[in-house]
Design a protein around this ligand. Structure first.
Ligand SMILES: O=C(O)CCC(=O)C(=O)O
Length: 361
């Protein structure tokens, strides 16, 4: 087929791609053209594993759907495994509502703070206090070089020869030449936040950890949580040392394509992955993209561990549900619906946050 301009059909795709396409958010064509709000296309979710209902049935009568096993351990929460994917563990509802609120807040306020890097670094350099700036409806404005701004009037963009960059201001400003300085609102930047990295910094361009980049240690409380939750994946009682974390932020229509996390030295150590906010579909494939993946729901408060053989399995997130009926975040919304928390509420009701914690060496 080389050189042909035939449009690829489903049979050309890997099993993983086909599943991504099946669950991805599409809109009904009809509703697009009408003035009515776009309606998401209906998806058949009957094959999506729901560990929340598996837990309910397990608690009621010790019964589990075929292929799902309950881990026997002295861990203080029910832990489920998949017969066909050794090394994969699912802890439904592992985080209390207080813990979920805490990590949502930290993910938006302290985790994107320099020296932690975010997807915005490449364009804007380090940005401080993005969430506060968004709350205060500020705009990020490009500073004009002092050479052009030296004898300008009071409207000039802030000059700084040493480190021209970007700065939060109350409103867009006019440059010395009378042009409006480049600017973007903080709330748009917050919406466009896709990832931040904690601890050892991951360099996406080189796909490795760059130990020479300035970094802080992973906050102690997150470290302790990850150590505690990693225990079911380490039955010999080994220690899990959290050294790096990637925080993924998902808005409406965002996805995370199928991939492997293969830059860590010791794959026997788990990746501890926390879900917060809107419900999502997680695809757990096999060692080849041609292996049909298992689809499962991730709810706010769930924890997934991937260790050993499961580290070699392709995985991704093709869908988050932001509509009221499917997002399943009413309890979290109520937690955030008082006083000073309205900004968190506004963000999380159409978003999902994933924090995945890793031992690198
Ligand atoms: O968002 C998730 O639950 C999965 C994240 C993930 O696979 C990753 O960051 O490598």
């Amino acid at each position: 087929m080389y050189g042909s301009d035939r449009v690829p059909d489903d049979s050309d795709r890997t099993a993983f791609k086909r599943a991504e396409k099946k669950y991805k958010l599409y809109y009904d064509n009809d509703s697009k053209s009408s003035k009515k709000k776009k309606q998401p296309k209906q998806v058949d979710l009957s094959e999506v594993v729901d560990f929340k209902s598996a837990l309910a049935s397990f608690n009621q009568n010790r019964e589990l759907p075929p292929g799902i096993l309950a881990l026997c351990s002295d861990f203080n929460l029910p832990v489920f495994c998949l017969e066909s994917r050794p090394g994969f563990y699912f802890i439904p509802g592992a985080l209390s509502m207080e813990e979920q609120c805490r990590w949502v807040k930290e993910s938006l306020t302290s985790f994107p703070q320099p020296p932690n890097r975010t997807n915005h670094n490449a364009i804007y350099g380090p940005i401080h206090d993005l969430f506060i700036a968004a709350k205060e409806r500020k705009v990020l404005v490009e500073e004009e070089s002092s050479l052009t701004g030296l004898d300008s009037g009071p409207n000039l963009c802030v000059s700084n020869v040493e480190a021209p960059g970007w700065k939060f201001l109350e409103e867009p400003v006019t440059s010395s030449k009378g042009n409006t300085c480049k600017s973007i609102s903080a709330s748009v930047l917050l919406r466009k936040l896709r990832w931040s990295t904690l601890g050892l910094q991951f360099d996406w361009s080189k796909r490795n950890y760059n130990v020479s980049l300035p970094h802080n240690k992973i906050p102690n409380a997150l470290c302790q949580l990850a150590k505690r939750m990693a225990a079911p994946a380490m039955p010999m009682g080994e220690e899990f040392q959290p050294e790096a974390a990637i925080v993924n932020y998902f808005g409406i229509g965002d996805t995370l394509g199928g991939h492997l996390d293969d830059m860590e030295a010791d794959w026997s150590k788990p990746i501890v992955s926390l879900s917060l906010g809107c419900k999502a579909i997680f695809l757990l494939g096999g060692k080849s993209r041609d292996d049909p993946p298992i689809a499962m729901f991730l709810h706010s408060g769930d924890i997934v561990l991937m260790a050993g053989e499961a580290r070699e399995c392709f995985h991704g997130v093709p869908r988050i549900f932001t509509d009221k009926e499917n997002a399943e975040i009413t309890p979290l919304e109520s937690q955030f619906s008082h006083g000073d928390d309205a900004c968190f509420l506004e963000y999380i009701r159409t978003s999902r946050i994933n924090i995945n914690i890793r031992q690198v060496f």
